[in-house]
Design a protein. Structure first.
Length: 215
């Protein structure tokens, strides 16, 4: 079986090491992309996961790459290699999937943008592990066992690290990050739609600052 290159692993490790909190972004209105990016970066964020859940995801990746050349910008909610290719063409520097398929894991081996595959179970993780993946998104983290599950994963696979996402709150992010096999956590709490719709970018700066200060 083909194996993941060290280049991919190092790039994913660099992304995860750049910032302990990764905002999961869904863009409903294209004019919110740049003010949101500015607020998140001003608050201290260095990694942005832009989901392809809306039609504006690819455009947002293009805009954010151009506006914030020093920040990691990646694509999330990628569920098929076609979307993976589109995300790469838009400039995504990494790709995150909510789960794993053989197609996505295989595509990630030779892709330009490295893959952070999403897993919820030991078996899914082992499917990626066999191809050389050692960094995973743990999703949906809270309902898949949360911190106790991550502690259990560390037993048989102490060389694997995770970015838990799904149900994480500012109060619990630090508890996850205290685990030896957690390097970053993700979530939508950093991008509240009501604040975005109100154009209250200051509230988002403060939310990010407050969330980072709690860690
Ligand atoms: C994701 O795709 O990572 C999740 O939607 C994030 O989950 P959350 O909304 O519970 O933070």
């Amino acid at each position: 079986m083909s194996q993941l290159s060290m280049r991919h692993r190092h790039q994913v490790q660099s992304v995860l090491a750049a910032c302990p909190l990764i905002p999961v972004i869904s863009i409903q209105h294209p004019d919110q992309v740049l003010p949101l990016g500015k607020a998140l970066v001003e608050g201290g964020i260095r990694v942005l996961e832009v989901t392809l859940r809306t039609d504006h995801g690819l455009g947002a990746i293009r805009q954010l790459r151009k506006a914030f050349p020093d920040i990691w910008v990646g694509a999330g909610t990628v569920t098929h290699p076609t979307q993976y290719r589109e995300a790469e063409a838009a400039g995504a520097q990494f790709v995150i999937t909510p789960g794993v398929t053989d197609e996505l894991l295989n595509y990630g081996l030779t892709a330009e943008a490295p893959l952070l595959p999403g897993v919820a179970t030991m078996s899914e993780m082992m499917t990626g592990y066999a191809r050389g993946y050692r960094e995973f998104k743990f999703f949906p983290a809270e309902v898949s066992g949360g911190i106790p599950a991550l502690k259990a994963f560390a037993g048989p696979f102490s060389d694997v690290t995770f970015c838990p996402t799904g149900g994480i709150r500012p109060e619990t992010a630090g508890h996850y990050l205290a685990l030896a096999n957690v390097v970053a956590v993700g979530g939508t709490w950093l991008t509240p739609q009501d604040r975005m719709d109100a154009g209250d970018w200051r509230a988002i700066v403060e939310l990010v600052q407050d969330s980072l200060a709690r860690l």
